[in-house]
Design a protein around this ligand. Structure first.
Ligand code: KG4
Ligand code: ZN
Length: 340
């Protein structure tokens, strides 16, 4: 593989404006991330139009910062990678337009990248020895997928959520407990102070044969528990609710992942996406992995949530496998994994 290829990568699919520079598929020279979380927090979630407007304001300076930190100039860039979907239309358009302008101006290849593939590729950066095939659990704010990675660019979708994504369920439950957006990290933290066996919340799909997930019923069970307790004037121990909810959610995620890995004879399960930062999920998966002789890998925490370095890694592997884009590249808000 051509290890010295310099990739400039751009990610603007949701509420992070990010630009990174990579050498090869695994070495990060810079990864600048400008988060809009503070702006969206007061609305309790991401407001799409506000996100687009913030991206357009900051994208040029973020790109320049990424080049400066990597100590390179535009003329050193060999390929330009950019998230083409899934994500928010207006937000994605900002990144794609910038990437096109740069690739066109420099006369270098443009590589449109699937955001979910990017989340998986974050693991190639953290683990320099990681190679496909492996089983992968993608758990982010917008997506929950069980995937079999057959090669660096061939991802087979096996299971998905039928309703809410895992991160979405964490955020909604957190909101019902009066915690600010995004609530996932706070539930994680709070779980250590609560009893995870205090409330017996349902484990949706756990006993079903397939690999799909569902989190909306679990979220409703938490809301019903809270409403009932309030009506009855019973004390609500927020830490117990957080810990019991988290335990129910992660048990389903872990058991389905282990089941798929055993079926496909995978020696490794890889975690990806924002919820891969959840320490309860990591710990439970590691202990179950140990029992089954399966190695568990996850990205460093900064590479779990949205960032351009992961997009750069995916762009590099796609370029190597011959998947480049034309200048009519468009946003794909509902892009499926595995679609080139
Ligand atoms: O991957 P990501 O940055 O965004 C999407 O592409 O959707 O993931 C953000 C999601 C949010 O829902 C956030 O609450 C969740 O990841 N998250 C966590 C933790 N850290 C971030 N959820 C549970 N535990 C965490 N430690
Ligand atoms: Zn993401």
């Amino acid at each position: 593989m051509e290890k010295n290829i310099i990739t400039l990568a751009i990610e603007t699919s949701c509420d992070e404006t990010s630009c990174a520079v990579l050498r090869g598929g695994r070495e990060v020279l810079s990864n600048v991330i400008s988060s809009q979380i503070e702006i969206h927090r007061k609305f309790g979630g991401v407001v799409p139009e506000v996100a687009s407007r913030k991206h357009i304001e900051s994208i040029n300076s973020i790109i320049q910062q990424a080049l400066d930190e990597a100590k390179i100039g535009f003329s050193d860039v060999d390929i330009v990678g950019v998230t083409r979907g899934p994500g928010l239309v207006g937000a994605l358009l900002v990144g794609i337009s910038s990437a096109k302008a740069i690739a066109y101006g420099l006369n270098v290849p443009l590589v449109g990248v699937n955001h979910i593939e990017g989340h998986i590729c974050a693991n190639y950066i953290t683990h320099s020895d990681l190679k496909p095939p492996f089983t992968c659990l993608v758990v982010s704010g917008g997506h929950t997928y069980l995937v079999q990675a057959n090669s660096y660019t061939d991802y087979e979708m096996i299971g998905r959520t039928r309703d809410d994504a895992a991160g979405e369920a964490f955020d909604k439950v957190a909101r019902s407990l009066g915690l600010p957006y995004p609530g996932g990290p706070l539930i994680d933290k709070m779980s250590y102070e609560g009893n995870r066996k205090a409330i017996d919340f349902p484990r949706p799909c756990l006993d079903e044969k397939g690999y799909d997930f569902s989190f909306s019923g679990l979220k409703t069970a938490v809301l019903n528990y809270l409403n009932h307790a309030k009506q009855m004037g019973e004390e609500i121990v927020v830490e117990d609710v957080a810990a019991s909810f988290q335990q129910a959610a992660i048990e389903v995620l872990v058991e389905k992942s282990i089941k798929l890995a055993l079926e496909r004879k995978s020696k490794t399960i890889v975690l990806a996406g924002g919820v891969a930062a959840n320490t309860g999920l990591r710990n439970l998966l590691e202990s179950r992995g140990k029992e089954e002789g399966i190695e568990i890998k996850y990205p460093s925490t900064i590479l779990c949530t949205d960032n351009a370095a992961m997009i750069g890694s995916a762009a590099y592997f796609n370029y190597i496998d011959g998947f480049t884009s034309n200048f009519d590249l468009n946003v794909e808000p509902n892009l499926e994994l595995g679609v080139k």
